[in-house]
Write a protein that binds this ligand. Sequence first.
Ligand SMILES: *Cc1c(COP(=O)(O)O)cnc(C)c1O
Length: 226
Amino acid sequence: MSELAERYGATVAAIAERAKQASRDADAITLIVVSKNHGPELVRELHSLGQRDFGENRDQEAKPKAEQTQDLPGINWHFVGQLQSNKVRSALSYSRIIHSIDRTSLLSSIQKELVLQNSLASGFIQLNLTNDPGRGGVQPKDLLDFAEKALEVSNLEILGVMGVAALDRDPRIDFETIAAASQSLRGLIPSAKSISAGMSHDFKEAIDFGATHLRIGTVITGNRNL
Ligand SMILES: *Cc1c(COP(=O)(O)O)cnc(C)c1O
């Protein structure tokens, strides 16, 4: 077995184990392998092991990789990084799930493109868990106002909230904030039950706090080499 296959298998097992400990159904948790800084061969090998959901954070890198792997059946590309409005058309050409919806200008671009394509997409509202507005994301206190605007984008289904826990403190602090935000979002949009949270170093804690979509890179892919 390759080292990649070993790391992948170990991570899938760790997710199942933690879900069990947390009395959660592992089938209700989607593992998204973040393949940034790795080539299409890595995506192919993981696909051959059964992986279908992949994440990328930069359009320039994601688009060619998605094109080079478009023959793989059932592959889903998740766009997980900050998205510039002028990249919306490109991102929506290979990804139908945007995890980083965080500005009204981005909502307008998505709306325009989906109407033009006459197609549907889904996404998460990204929360900013820091006081740094440069980090992207909606402040938790502004979530419901922003969600009302997102609801007006008719071809866009809001799946839930997304967040990146701060590195310099216990991730459970941020996962608790995300879980509370999820709860309040569901008051407005009952179907928006999903939570995109948890990365290589904190996915176990994220599972404890209800994450439904884990975005995991290095612990599976190894060091980034592109
Ligand atoms: C890179 C990235 C991840 C994965 O990070 P790892 O620490 O490598 O698991 C998850 N989410 C986002 C938004 C990323 O950019």
